[in-house]
Design a binder for this molecule. Structure first.
Ligand code: IPD
Length: 269
């Protein structure tokens, strides 16, 4: 089935509304900390009941309006859509470790992929009421105003976020961190890949790099960075959608230097 511009626009508007509703639920639960318990899926891999609750809300809303579409969520097995239908890729709470530890830096991330392209990316930080959104070919916005990446042209003036998780090994993280820091760049790790990428799109950071990240953490952010005039590596080239992949996303002025310094194995440019 071919998806025309108006049905993609309908999906975009739905994603904006659903991200706000889901974010409001996450915020309500975050502010009432006795309403949930914190557990672990693995070492340093936090989970709360709220992740599942928010994902079920998003999935139910999308399934109601677009029953033929596919769905991949961080917390569920997902749902196979019809042949050639768009696929929604959702992280109900990105920055779960922050959410679990009472740190108000987390977001809802919703992307829609069709025919191998990321068509829609929406990231909502309910604590700051910041709604980052992009449609392929139509620019990136923060609360409805166009945003663009930073004009930084040298790594020794840049701020780079280096994502960390237990999947790609501690040695690899430390090696990547030291290669980046050796350039003179300032390093950050704030615990939400999606918000880190949205911040690159908004010019608040100059780059985001990670040895391995999952599709639900980064697809919406990748579209935001590209639509804000930045560069993002080809995450969907191999099995990124189902198995995750490495990532580099950045302002164009630091692209070459960052690619060389990071030298991430398996990155598809
Ligand atoms: C994690 C965060 C983190 C990133 C990891 C993700 P979660 O997702 O985005 O910043 O470095 O790769 O797994 O667990 O908070 O949804």
């Amino acid at each position: 089935m071919t998806i025309d511009a108006s049905s993609l626009q309908t999906r975009y508007l739905a994603a904006l509304a659903i991200a706000r509703e889901a974010g409001a639920l996450a915020k309500r639960r975050f502010l009432d900390r006795s309403s949930f318990t914190v557990g672990f899926k693995g070492p340093q891999d936090f989970i709360t009941e709220v992740d599942g609750e928010v994902e079920r809300l998003i999935h139910a809303r999308l399934a109601e309006i677009f029953p033929e579409d596919g769905f991949i969520g961080e917390e569920s097995a997902g749902a196979k859509g019809g042949e050639d239908q768009p696929i929604w890729v959702v992280d109900p709470i990105d920055g779960t470790s922050n959410f679990a530890r009472g740190t108000p830096y987390f977001c809802v991330s919703i992307a829609c992929v069709h025919a191998g392209s990321i068509e829609i990316g929406v990231i909502y930080n309910p604590m700051l009421d910041e709604l980052f959104s992009a449609r392929r070919g139509a620019g990136a916005m923060l609360n409805g105003a166009l945003i663009s990446v930073a004009e930084t042209a040298a790594l020794n003036r840049a701020t780079i976020e280096i994502g960390w998780n237990m999947r790609s090994g501690m040695q690899n993280f430390v090696a990547l961190l030291s290669r980046i820091v050796a350039t003179g760049a300032g390093a950050i790790r704030a615990g939400s890949g999606a918000l880190g990428l949205a911040y690159v799109a908004a010019g608040r950071r100059d780059g985001y790099v990670e040895n391995h990240i999952n599709a639900w953490d980064c697809l919406a952010g990748i579209l935001l960075v590209r639509e804000a005039g930045g560069y993002a590596s080809d995450f969907l080239a191999g099995q990124g959608l189902t198995k995750g992949a490495p990532i580099i996303a950045c302002a164009p002025g630091v692209k070459q230097a960052l690619l060389e310094a990071a030298a991430i194995e398996g990155l598809v440019l």
